[in-house]
Ligand binder design. Sequence first.
Ligand code: HEM
Length: 540
Amino acid sequence: MALSATLAAAIDLVKANVAIVGLCAPLLFLVYLVVVYRRLSHVPGPFLASLTNLVRLRWVLTRHAQHIHINLHKSYGSLVRIGPNAVSVGDPAEIQQIYGLTGNYLKSGFYPVLQPHAKGAAMPGLFNTQDENLHRVLKKPIANIYSMSNLVSFEPYVNSTMSVFFNELDARFVKTGRVCDLGVWLQRFAFDVIGEITFSRRLGFLEGAQDVDGIMHSIWHHFEKAAAVGQIPWVDKLWNKNRLLAWFWPPATSPIVRFATERADERIAKSELDDGEMNGRDFLSRFIEAKSKDDKTPDWALTAWTTSNVLAGSDTTAILLRTILYNLLRHPRSLQQLQIELREAADRGNLSDDAVGWSEAKDLPFLDACIKEAGRLHPPFGLQLERIVPAGGAVICGKRLAAGTIVGINAWVAHRDESVFGSNASTWDPNRWLCADEGRRKLMERSLLTVRPRNPFMRGQGLTLRSFLQFGAGHRSCIGKNISQLETYKLIPTLLRKYEVCMMRGTQAEAEANSILDCTCQPSSGVARRKLLVRGTDWI
Ligand code: HEM
């Protein structure tokens, strides 16, 4: 009797508590939402995005987040709230404050999501560590290897890969008249160059016409996944980088790390076999030398450095190369203007026939303008380069943002700022880099946060070249930009000197069926060039 009374009382108590919780939970949730909303309520943006990061996750999943960001800035202005604690900044004038050399805006939680696994744990690298001390330790011994003064020593590696690239194009397409998927071949080229300069070993993307060990796919998948998960980084910590879980089920080494480690091992074994006969000046041998000179460098640094090269240096350069050629082929006048510039340089004896040299290409103003315009219109990173507002908060675009707020500029947005680049900012116009009036030039210069002039021609124009936002800015900007520029400034003119590239309309099958009739070739410049038919759809 007493037992059933106690039980009944307990059940009543539970019921009352459930009722209280049932009433309070929605109330508490509402209070939580109000608190979340109020944190940045002074920054305009889509209402739902101010309450949950799921909205920006959905934008990324569309694979067109960059266009959504552009439209958001058109609707809401230079500051847009894109998450409960995240703000997208559209005004290039803020580049200096957010990414300036002082480096007091640390990288956000987005970046560790990009860390691949090695030996059961996440392996930080230069690009994806939030820890500034570790960044210093990793960067100091190797920064000089990427310097402009070292650049020419890597030129032979680019030359030998270019030669293989052209042999493959000749054998597979020029001789057979088949239509080439140039986008894919440029990607194979960029991967083989990184293999050559890092490990003195072409990896076989070109010769085998294949994705070696599926690495191109792995890198694509790695970035695609990280772009989405990085919108809600705690999910990654809980699921992918959870130390407790890793203790029970150690995660497999990432295919990208495995790939870089295997290539490094092969290269070391080969140089031992050849008794040091191999070229010792590739990145790997310089990394080994740098590590031996600096005892603060962790043991895993060699793997982190080589992995960084493969991860950060291949797809990015491929995207830039594809964008340049795609736009040149879509804009025959630009292509013709470039052909004329190349022909005139050749007539003056300033352009090698076989492989255009870096020193020859870097001073060609229209080539330079085309490369810059491609990087402006289609920067390889399509999301904000996220940073955290430091202690004390900050005023950005006239609005105060509390410490801890995530802010970032998406280069796609900044590079389309009409007040800087003119009313045609969304369209391809390389001449903007040559013809701008002085006032506009100065504005463009300030907006690009450029480090120092490189090209004497551009210096004369008041334009500077080195790093606009496609390579990031400040002390965390791209360490490999010189390497990627070396590849780009050499490949584009050499390719256009050797081939008359014709873009075919329609699908691959349609293009091949109509390959004689349906071809938009640029006018011949009189130089004997091989005709290369390339597919004309969807390759950037
Ligand atoms: C067109 C080609 C490239 C583009 C557009 C590009 C873009 C970028 C950007 C935007 C950043 C800064 C990211 C941020 O601020 O969050 C970066 C950093 C970096 N890039 Fe590149 N990159 C390119 C080529 C390369 C190459 C060829 C390499 C290596 C050989 C490389 C290695 C790195 C590394 C290691 C970092 C991290 C630097 C640091 O934090 O100190 N990149 N890159």
